[in-house]
Design a binder for this molecule. Structure first.
Ligand SMILES: [Zn+2]
Length: 570
């Protein structure tokens, strides 16, 4: 399936109206004003400088840059030094380059097994083998006690698709069992395909993310949310879920996270079959029913009890933030935010004798690139009207927590935040004819990027793996979720002088071998000539957004538009 999706993305890259036409150089596209400073006249980004900073951040001395470790101290010290050197002001109004991010680490263990009861009958779902569960409550324990079990389909309420799996059924205090992923609704015109009009067809929407299922269940007041694990739609085996029993991190909300479900977790497909059978239901039949808008939650006539013990640890981590003030007396109170997560996985299980997860690509490169963009913007003439924030967030690898904290506790109001441009990884294999955008078509920022790409004779292409839901998996998403238009660029797929297979093979090679492994290090064969072109584009986008008369907007129909419109009306 992934190969087919990739082929479709690639064929899209070759035609269509994205084709570069040098004659349209400074013409406005879509909602973008004509560029007053051509791309070629903006300061240049330096590949050697990106490589140098990346190499430093990925040194063993930085200990894999895990929050709350000596690696954080070294990283914060290093970045503060660099930001001062660049002549950037402290980004926190308190006069510092940091924003404190209080994190809690929770290690949950089973105190009382997940027990299912029905008049006279008791069943147990085995810890770790069949159920992996935790609590985000900042409390020594969490439990459910004889809580009614309800099957709630995909656990989705999506007004824009007229879809509500909960209908008017009250799930307060209950245990809901939900299916993984977006509802895979077949296309009425061709049932072999997914309907592109609901839940993004092949592309994953936020409703398909497991984090959404827990959030939505909690919003409805469920005491426990259990997702049924299935390998193909989830995209990973249950062993990956079992890996989740390690310490988990979260922000600490003022209510100590008590508004979240008491228990969040996953059960295996086999356990789901047993559970439904005990309730006199057929899992597969109900799963099929859940593919319809008309689905109503099904009480299984069973009760669930379970207890967890929590070991708690608090960590004060930091976002790092610098500011470049705008030149316009009024507009300087508005911001364009560049972000990149500084953290990685730290020191962990050794692979081939190496236990330091250096995170060179993920995301020393992003940090290095944002620093170079900052340097270039400082030199750009005329100086941009709006201000810039360069935000290096913590704890991305622990669940996008640093950016979530910033989005909930912004240093400058989000209504005065024009846009977010996030960089997580860069292209290390040379020049491409294109640049990819995850969630292409979401906002006017894509038009800004298209305009700049045309000046380089390049095109923009959609995310090559839309089914993986990458739009929801990096820091820009927290800005989007709060309503701020956010751009999530990715490396192009069409390498100059190479076949389409070559680009895909390189990408797969990284995913298989180096992603989240100690071998994510600077490699001798890296060629950052393409990354520099990408950085040049992203710098131009920020510069032009900072100079535009109005803010970029979400496109009509986008899931985050309503929030932005409401915010700007106030
Ligand atoms: Zn990353």
């Amino acid at each position: 399936m992934a190969a087919a999706v990739m082929a479709a993305a690639l064929s899209g890259a070759c035609g269509g109206n994205d084709a570069a036409t040098p004659s349209t150089k400074s013409a406005a596209t879509g909602a973008v004003p004509a560029a007053t400073v051509p791309l070629a006249s903006l300061p240049k980004i330096d590949a050697a400088a990106i490589l140098d900073t990346t190499t430093k951040l990925a040194m063993d001395k930085f200990q894999g840059r895990a929050p709350g470790t000596v690696g954080e101290e070294i990283t914060v010290g290093y970045l503060e030094m660099r930001l001062k050197e660049l002549g950037l002001a402290p980004g926190n109004p308190d006069g510092t380059y940091t924003q404190k991010v209080p994190l809690v680490g929770i290690t949950g263990t089973e105190a009382k097994p997940l027990t299912i009861t029905k008049a006279g009958e008791t069943g147990t779902i085995k810890w770790k083998d069949e159920v992996v569960a935790w609590s985000k409550h900042v409390a020594p324990s969490a439990s459910i006690d004889k809580s009614d079990i309800i099957f709630a389909g995909y656990g989705v309420e999506a007004p824009e698709y007229g879809w509500n799996d909960f209908k008017d059924v009250d799930v307060k205090g209950k245990t809901i069992v939900v299916l993984v992923n977006d509802p895979p609704v077949p296309d009425p015109a061709d049932p072999a395909k997914l309907d592109p009009k609901v839940f993004g067809g092949n592309a994953m929407t936020y409703y398909g993310r497991w984090t959404y299922k827990f959030e939505e269940g909690a919003k409805k007041g469920a005491a426990a949310v259990l997702i049924v694990h299935e390998t193909i739609p989830a995209g990973y085996p249950f062993s990956v879920v079992q890996g989740n029993l390690n310490e988990k991190f979260d922000l600490v909300a003022p209510d100590k996270n008590m508004s979240k479900a008491n228990i969040e977790g996953w059960i295996t497909l086999d356990a789901a079959h047993k559970l439904f059978q005990m309730g006199g239901q057929d899992f597969d039949a109900l799963k099929k029913q859940a593919l319809s808008k008309d689905f109503k939650p099904v009480p299984l006539g069973l009760k669930a009890s379970m207890g967890l013990r929590n070991k708690l640890r608090t960590i004060d981590s930091r976002n790092i933030v610098a500011k470049l003030e705008g030149s316009d007396a009024a507009l300087k109170n508005e911001y364009v935010v560049y972000s990149a997560h500084w953290d990685h996985l730290g020191v962990g299980a050794p692979v081939n004798g190496d236990n330091i997860y250096n995170g060179a690509l993920d995301n020393a490169t992003g940090v290095a690139t944002v620093l170079e963009i900052a340097k270039a913007l400082k030199q750009a003439q005329p100086q941009p009207r709006r201000s810039f924030l360069f935000l290096f967030v913590t704890a991305e690898e622990k669940g996008l927590l640093g950016s979530e904290y910033y989005s909930l506790n912004p240093l400058y109001p989000l209504a005065q935040t024009a846009a977010n441009i996030n960089i997580d990884g860069i292209n290390q294999w040379g020049k491409t004819k294109d640049i990819s955008v995850v969630g292409l078509g979401a906002s006017d920022l894509d038009d800004y990027l298209r305009q700049a790409a045309q000046e380089q004779g390049r095109t923009i292409t959609p995310d090559p793996e839309p089914e993986k839901g990458f739009y929801y998996r990096s820091d820009h998403f927290n800005f989007a979720k709060q309503g701020v238009p956010a751009l999530d660029p990715d490396s192009g797929v069409d390498y100059i002088g190479k076949s389409a297979e070559w680009g895909k093979a390189k990408r797969d090679e990284y995913t298989d071998k180096d992603y989240h492994a100690p071998s994510d290090q600077v490699k001798p064969d890296w060629d950052l000539s393409g990354a520099v072109e990408d950085a040049q584009l992203l710098m131009a986008v920020g510069y032009r957004v900072a100079n535009a008369d109005k803010f970029p907007e979400w496109k009509p129909g986008n899931e985050f538009k309503a929030k932005r419109d409401a915010m700007l009306k106030k």
